[in-house]
Design a binder for this molecule. Structure first.
Ligand SMILES: [Zn+2]
Length: 278
């Protein structure tokens, strides 16, 4: 923040711990002495952005929101996806307080309950153990991974929608069976290439059985290698990345119906699109 008037006006409302502890970012976020990240409340402009669910879905609004409320992260595109939920809960809490209102239907009597959970409590439910960062393949190659970034995830979402639309239009189009099959084939090869590209983005380094190391800056070599390995090895690497990308906040909680007193365990649906409606 270079504007002295804004700097005097806007102050962090709270500090949160990042599940990644600031790892995996090219430029590490500026953290407090306690290793925590400052979160600023939303501005009036941010609130307008979050009220539009379409805007949030396309990812750009999420980036703009984080830029505004978490200025100590230089490039929000680099956020590992497992940090995202903590950051969003933090922004929500900085702006509206820690209580989150939820509408939950009772599975027993279908009464619509208005329940409340505590965002601050959710932020405290980290895992005791991080997922392992590397995986050793049967061939004795060791692969060091990191979680998907927000950029990876947005790319995947945009691509998935594009492919779906293409597949729909192919079903409708006036094509011969051969032409249609050829187009479908091409589309699926494109999806496969994109997926391999995303996995390659999440590899920090590969160590061969002879202890030769290939780092992520040799991305072309790693990408070609990925395209030549067995499905079993590929799946092991993918599982390692997905475990690292998993959301670490425990969203399970015990609910009780206000009408029939039925008790059940449910999860908080913290979908970005409905998250800021409150
Ligand atoms: Zn009930």
């Amino acid at each position: 923040m270079n504007n002295p008037l804004i700097a005097a006006y806007r102050k962090p409302a709270l500090y949160i711990a990042l599940p990644s502890e600031g790892k995996y970012y090219t430029t590490k976020p500026k953290l407090s002495v306690d290793n925590e990240l400052a979160i600023f409340p939303m501005t009036a402009r941010d609130e307008l952005v979050t009220k539009n669910p379409d805007a949030l879905f396309n990812g750009e609004a999420t980036i703009s929101l984080i830029k505004s409320c978490v200025p100590d992260i230089e490039d929000p595109n680099e956020i590992p996806v497992n940090d995202l939920l903590s950051i969003l809960i933090g922004i929500r809490q900085a702006s509206y307080g820690s209580k989150i209102d939820l509408d939950i239907k009772c599975p027993s009597c279908e009464h619509m309950n208005q329940l409340q959970i505590d965002g601050a409590m959710l932020l405290g439910t980290g895992p005791n153990q991080q997922a392992p960062e590397n995986v050793k393949l049967e061939s004795n190659f060791k692969v060091f991974c990191k979680p998907y970034s927000l950029r990876d995830r947005t790319l995947l979402q945009v691509q998935t929608i594009k492919q779906q639309k293409l597949i729909e239009s192919l079903s409708d189009a006036n094509l011969s069976d051969e032409e249609r099959e050829a187009q479908f084939g091409k589309t699926f090869v494109e999806i496969a290439d994109l997926t391999v590209g995303l996995i390659a983005n999440c590899i920090q380094k590969v160590q061969t059985p002879d202890n030769e190391v290939f780092e992520s800056d040799q991305v072309k070599i790693i990408l070609e290698w990925l395209q030549s390995i067995t499905k079993k090895d590929y799946d092991q690497i993918k599982q390692c990345i997905e475990a690292l990308s998993e959301n670490v906040i425990d969203t399970k909680f015990n609910a009780q119906c206000q009408s029939c007193q039925h008790e059940w365990q449910t999860t908080v649906d913290l979908d970005i699109a409905n998250f800021f409606e409150g």
